[in-house]
Design a binder for this molecule. Structure first.
Ligand code: NI
Length: 167
């Protein structure tokens, strides 16, 4: 498989809820590998399975400059939240658009890693924002849901126009 196709807003499949992964088996490990490949190829800092039309609770992230700190979170749950932060967010499913979004600054997250082991991590700043953004995808939510309906509609129209030209 390798590189997967990334769904783009306003594709309705981005609105599906992802199901919990019951066991981290070979098919999940293959999915994780392909998602990392897809994310790195697209120069993204994070990717949720929802974005590649697989509706399972799997996200991959790498917020490092060197692109050598892969983080995989399966069935992630936020255990605690602290503070607030605002940053310009973008998304591989909303290419070319960046808008300010307010999120929790510091989070503690529990998840399974790519081997199926339970991990807990403390995240703040970009990593924290990225985890929250990707976890939103698993709920069928996009960063454009946080901006005004007017701006969201404008982005939708522009992307639909581009999609039409690509067909
Ligand atoms: Ni995204």
């Amino acid at each position: 498989m390798g590189i997967l196709t990334i769904l783009e807003f306003p594709d309705e499949r981005l609105r599906k809820q992802a199901a919990k992964v019951s066991s981290v088996d070979d098919s999940i490990k293959k999915l994780v590998k392909d998602m990392f490949e897809t994310m790195y190829e697209a120069h993204g800092v994070g990717l949720a399975a929802t974005q590649v039309n697989v509706h399972k609770q799997v996200i991959v992230i790498d917020t490092s400059d060197e692109r050598n700190e892969p983080l995989c979170l399966i069935n992630p749950v936020i255990l605690s939240r602290n503070g607030e932060t605002e940053s310009n967010e973008g998304c591989l499913s909303v290419p070319g658009f960046f808008e300010p979004v307010i999120r929790t600054d510091i989070i503690r997250v529990q998840a399974l890693d790519a081997e199926g082991l339970v991990i807990e991590i403390d995240a703040e700043g970009l990593l924290s924002i990225c985890i929250q953004h990707e976890m939103d995808h698993l709920l069928g939510k996009l960063f454009v849901d946080y901006i005004s309906a007017f701006k969201r509609q404008r982005i939708k129209k522009k992307l639909e126009k581009i999609h039409k030209m690509e067909r």
